[in-house]
Design a protein around this ligand. Structure first.
Ligand code: NAD
Ligand code: 3DD
Length: 487
């Protein structure tokens, strides 16, 4: 039977219109997506070199890989790299606003099942995650590429509910958790052992981002982690590039596309001065804004001072700040009270994680608040007017501004992140029985990723002589720094 015939019509009826194994905004955008994928491939030397080096060996042959990662042009190049290495791939986005519809269309047209479109509702988002996790024969993945941990969360929460269905009825005011619980209740009715069967077959997950890694470590500490995890975020060639230089590029891009506002001369508050905060603050400084930083960590705060930024609290900054950017991965950074006391026409956005860095749910319920849509899901901009007459603008509904209002990081920097992702997937495939835990890729691989990107920028490495290597106590060809060196 051909693959199409194998499609389980019962399973598919909820999600696709014409029994195709994909769901995208408009398949006719595929040709445009293919053109931009072609451009991106020229800017992603690490991924292309990985295809050349590992393609013939097909190290991922027949391995079912599910991805929950922003469905962008750059991710399309990652998907086709995994496919080139032999994987059977299914994909969804990890954010309701981050999909680039022409990228999704090109992937669907290439015959790779993808369930993603820009402007999904939360219900549609979790249905897409379910579809990407479910092969036509009803089975789950062998491996997962996760960004923020939503795919990992659905498997683990489903697994827990099969042991104690009552958790799905625990009272919560978290709208998204209610949606997840309802999806799991429907699945429980279909098959009481679905997630136990899925989890049994998962060999491992490679996690893209800081918050996702935090979630994995918390699960491991609670003894709940069901399979091995590779921490891609903390590869130096991911977090010190994507998180810093990627945000340095894509934050101003998002603010400008959303508001077309002059940043120069304005006062910008960057909440958090970690990797994302450093790139964001530098970008705002380059735009000649007056940059204030808030931090909880004295070391990061001191770094901010050394970079010439004022370090103070949000409360201290309300009277002067024009643009707020949250970058912490924490919650309640900008509260509804803060927003009620901000300058008129202040702009609030988040480039950190999820939608809880900015207290959106409390803002929506603020007494007398008036909400107006300025721009729709293509580049979400909303104006909130308070009873005293002052208004503020919230971008991307408090979700990632660079992916909701712009196109995220450019290809070259994502090539570093995604070469790490590909190496991590190869590593899991080669070590399927590794003990459950959270692991990092080697320093050798990290340096290899960097090497793959130097030539395109015209960089020439200096070679160590053996005497110098001996003097430094390192191998002539590296690694040149200890595993946990802080770059
Ligand atoms: P990080 O841990 O390096 O930095 C976060 C910083 O926020 C830390 O220095 C921490 O001390 C600070 N912080 C925490 N709570 C705070 C508070 N209440 N007030 C002020 N500062 C506070 O993490 P990171 O790598 O910079 O990532 C930050 C977030 O951005 C994560 O959620 C990550 O997943 C996400 N991220 C987003 C993108 C993107 O493209 N939008 C890219 C990479 C990472
Ligand atoms: N992220 C930013 N830009 C992206 C792009 N163009 N494609 C895919 C993902 C993209 C998010 C990443 O920075 C991810 O690594 C993260 O959130 O850490």
């Amino acid at each position: 039977m051909g693959k199409k015939e194998r499609i389980n019509k019962e399973k598919m009826k909820d999600y696709s219109r014409d029994n195709t194994d994909y769901k995208v905004k408009d398949i006719n955008l595929a040709a445009f997506g293919r053109k931009e994928i072609g451009i991106a491939e020229k800017e992603m030397p690490g991924l292309m070199a990985t295809r050349e080096k590992y393609g013939p060996k097909k190290p991922l042959k027949g391995i079912k890989i599910m991805g929950s990662l922003h469905m962008t042009i750059q991710t399309a190049v990652l998907i086709e790299t995994l496919s080139e290495l032999g994987a059977d791939v299914r994909w969804c986005s990890c954010n309701i606003f981050s999909t680039q519809d022409h990228a999704a269309a090109a992937i669907a047209k290439a015959g790779i099942p993808v369930f993603a479109w820009k402007g999904e509702t939360l219900e549609e988002y979790w249905d897409c995650t379910m579809m990407a996790l479910t092969w036509p024969d009803g089975s789950g993945p062998d491996q997962i590429v996760d960004d923020g941990g939503d795919a990992t969360l659905l498997i683990h929460r489903g697994y827990a509910a099969e042991g104690n269905a009552k958790i799905l009825d625990e009272p919560t005011d978290n709208k998204e958790l209610l949606i997840i619980n309802n999806l799991l209740k429907r699945q429980l009715k279909r098959d009481k052992q679905h997630w136990h069967n899925v989890a049994k077959d998962v060999k491992g997950v490679s996690e893209e981002t800081t918050t996702g890694v935090h979630r994995l470590i918390h699960m491991q500490e609670r003894g709940e982690l069901l399979f091995q995890a590779i921490n891609v975020n903390d590869s130096v060639t991911k977090s010190k590039f994507d998180n810093v230089y990627g945000c340095r590029h894509s934050l101003p891009d998002g603010i400008k596309r959303a508001m077309d506002v002059l940043i120069s001369g304005k006062t910008v508050m960057v909440c958090g001065y970690g990797d994302v905060g450093k790139g964001s603050a530098e970008a705002m400084k380059s735009e000649k804004a007056k940059v204030i930083v808030s931090e909880i960590d004295p070391i990061c705060a001191l770094q901010a001072c050394m970079a010439g930024f004022r370090v103070q609290t949000v409360e201290q900054s309300l009277k002067e700040t024009d643009i707020y950017v949250t970058t912490t991965g924490n919650k309640d950074i900008i509260t509804a009270e803060h927003m009620s006391r901000m300058k008129d026409q202040a702009i609030v956005c988040n480039i950190g994680h999820f939608d809880n860095e900015i207290q959106m749910s409390r803002l929506e319920k603020w007494p007398g608040i008036k909400k107006e849509e300025i721009k729709g899901s293509e580049c979400p901009v909303h104006r909130y007017t308070f009873k005293d007459g002052h208004s503020i603008y919230v971008l991307a509904e408090g979700r990632l501004i660079n992916l909701g209002c712009a196109t995220g990081h450019p290809s070259f920097v994502m090539s570093n992140s995604f070469t790490n992702q590909t190496l991590a997937q190869i590593d899991i495939a080669a070590n399927p029985k590794r003990h459950v835990g959270v692991y990092m890729l080697s320093k050798e691989l990290d340096e290899e990723v960097a090497r793959l990107h130097l030539e395109q920028l015209g960089a020439t490495l200096t070679k160590l002589t053996q005497q110098q290597a001996d003097y430094l106590g390192v191998k002539k060809d590296g690694p040149f720094k200890p595993q946990h060196y802080r770059y």
